[in-house]
Design a protein around this ligand. Sequence first.
Ligand SMILES: [Zn+2]
Length: 120
Amino acid sequence: MDPKDLKFFEELLHRRLQELLSNAGETVSGMTEQKENFPDPTDRATLESDRNFMLRIRDREYKLINKVKKALDRIENGTFGICEKCGEDISIERLKARPVTTQCIDCKTKEEAFEKALGI
Ligand SMILES: [Zn+2]
């Protein structure tokens, strides 16, 4: 990949990581702020489902943070933008739309078709 493009994605991913990390921090402080006593069971139920919702978001954020970190690792070790399935270059357009992707569109399409066929 062109070093200029690589630099572009490195900066993009770093920004994304910072965003995600600061969002994750906000979710945590949001959760601790809610640590109040609600004597009403209905309120407590609402609080619980809010908490579950937060945890689900946290889980998603956590996974995404990991993906972004892995993409940055790939930039570091020179495998960024190379499909992990077939070893071909992933198109710049695809990477711009989804910088954390590890597969070219052909392999991804095949995989999705396969998963669909299996009913995953
Ligand atoms: Zn591929």
